[in-house]
Design a protein around this ligand. Structure first.
Ligand code: GDP
Ligand code: MG
Length: 325
C-alpha cells in the first residue's frame, strides 16, 4: 500500500476540528479534483498514454504548475510500470502518493512560528487584496488565545481605510495597536511599535504593510527601510517575513511572490482564500517554484478560519472520497 494511503486511513480514523476545517475548506478543490479523476476511471480501462496525458492536464488545471505536474505524472508512470498495476483506481492512488512524495522531497516542511526571543516580530507582506490584514487579525486571535501579549503595527499607511480596518480588528480581538497618520512613513509606525513593544514587554509584534508594487524599486526601498529599522531596534532581522498569497490567483500569485523575493527575504507563506478556489493544487507549485514553506492556510473570512499548514491534512482534504464511488 502507498505511503499516503496508509496515512489517509490513519487520518480517517482520528477526526479533529483541524481535519474538519481542511475538509470543508477544500470542498471546491476536492470536488473538482476527485470528480475529474473519477471521470478518468470511467473513460479508461488501463493506464495508457492518453490517460496519463489527461492526468497531466488535470494537475495543471488544478494550479499544480507545469513542471511539478510533469514530474508527478512521470513518477506515477514509472511506479505503474514497475509495479504492473493496471486498474485506474489504483493508478489514481499512486498519483496521490506521488503528490505527497513530491512535497516532502525538498525537506521544506512547515514549522510553527517560534518564540525564541522576548519579543517576536512578524512582518506581513503581499500585494493589495490578498488578505494581509484579515490574516493578521486571525494570527492575533490565535496567539492571544495562547496568552501571548500581542501588539499590531498599522504600517499600511497608504490606502484610505487600511488603518481603520486594522483598528477595528484590533478592537474586536482585543489587542493593542500602534497607528500613524494616513500617508505617514510606514517605517516610522514600525519604529514606534517596536519601541512600545520593547518597553511594555509584548511577546509578539505583527506589522501590516502596504501592498504597493507599482514599481519594484519602490517596494524594495520601502521594505529595505523597514528591515533597517527592525535591525536597528532588535539587532536582528524580523523573526518571520510572511508573504501572503491569494490561492485564487494561481500562477499569478506565484509570480508576484517572486517579485517580493527580490525585495526582501521571505521565511514563509500564508495562503489565503483556499475556500474560494477550486484549484487547490497551488500548494505544490509554491513548494516547487518558491522553495519556502506554506506556514498558514486560510479557509474563510472569519477569525478562526486559519490553520497551520499540514501536508497530510491538506492531501486528505483534497482527495477524500477518491476511489469510494
Ligand atoms: P489586504 O489588502 O492584503 O490587507 O487584504 P484584506 O485582508 O483586506 O482582504 C481582502 C479581502 O479578502 C477581504 O474581503 C477579506 O475578507 C477577503 N479574505 C481574506 N482572507 C480570506 C479567506 O481566507 N477566504 C475568503 N473567502 N476571503 C478572504
Ligand atoms: Mg490590508
Amino acid at each position: 500500500m502507498g505511503l499516503f494511503k496508509k496515512i489517509k486511513e490513519a487520518l480517517a480514523k482520528r477526526k479533529t476540528t483541524q481535519q474538519e476545517k481542511y475538509v470543508s475548506g477544500l470542498d471546491k478543490s476536492r470536488k473538482n479534483f476527485v470528480d475529474k479523476l473519477a471521470r478518468l476511471k470511467g473513460k479508461y480501462k488501463t493506464g495508457n498514454d492518453e490517460y496519463f496525458d489527461e492526468l497531466l492536464q488535470i494537475l495543471i488545471e488544478s494550479d499544480v504548475g507545469v513542471a511539478t505536474a510533469m514530474s508527478i505524472v512521470e513518477a506515477t508512470q514509472a511506479e505503474v510500470a514497475v509495479s504492473k498495476v493496471k486498474e485506474i483506481e489504483q493508478i489514481n492512488e499512486i498519483l496521490v502518493d506521488k503528490m505527497f512524495v513530491s512535497y516532502t522531497s525538498d525537506d521544506i516542511l512547515s514549522s510553527e512560528i517560534e518564540f525564541k526571543h522576548d519579543l517576536t516580530v512578524l512582518l506581513i507582506v503581499g500585494v493589495n487584496g490578498v488578505g494581509k490584514t484579515t490574516s493578521i487579525a486571525k494570527l492575533c486571535n490565535r496567539y492571544k488565545k495562547e496568552h501571548k501579549k500581542v501588539l499590531l503595527a498599522a504600517a499600511d499607511t497608504f490606502r484610505a481605510g487600511a488603518i481603520d480596518q486594522l483598528k477595528i480588528w484590533a478592537e474586536r480581538v482585543g489587542v493593542d495597536i500602534v497607528t500613524g497618520k494616513e500617508n505617514s512613513d510606514p517605517s516610522s509606525v514600525i519604529y514606534d511599535a517596536l519601541k512600545k513593544a520593547k518597553n511594555e514587554k509584548y511577546d509578539l509584534l505583527i506589522c501590516d504593510t502596504a501592498g504597493r508594487v507599482q514599481t519594484k524599486q519602490n517596494l524594495m526601498d520601502e521594505l529595505a527601510k523597514m528591515n533597517r529599522i527592525i535591525y536597528k531596534e532588535l539587532q536582528r532581522q524580523a523573526d518571520e517575513v510572511l508573504l501572503v498569497i491569494d490561492a485564487t490567483t494561481g500562477q499569478n500569485g506565484v509570480l508576484q511572490a517572486k517579485a517580493f523575493f527580490e525585495a526582501t527575504s521571505v521565511s514563509g507563506i500564508i495562503l489565503t482564500k483556499m475556500d474560494s478556489t477550486s484549484k487547490g493544487g497551488i500548494i505544490l507549485a509554491i513548494k516547487d517554484e518558491l522553495k519556502i514553506p506554506v506556514k498558514f492556510i486560510c479557509f474563510g473570512e472569519k477569525l478562526d478560519d486559519i490553520e497551520e499548514f499540514d501536508l497530510e491534512q491538506y492531501l486528505y482534504g483534497l482527495t477524500k472520497g477518491l476511489g469510494d464511488e
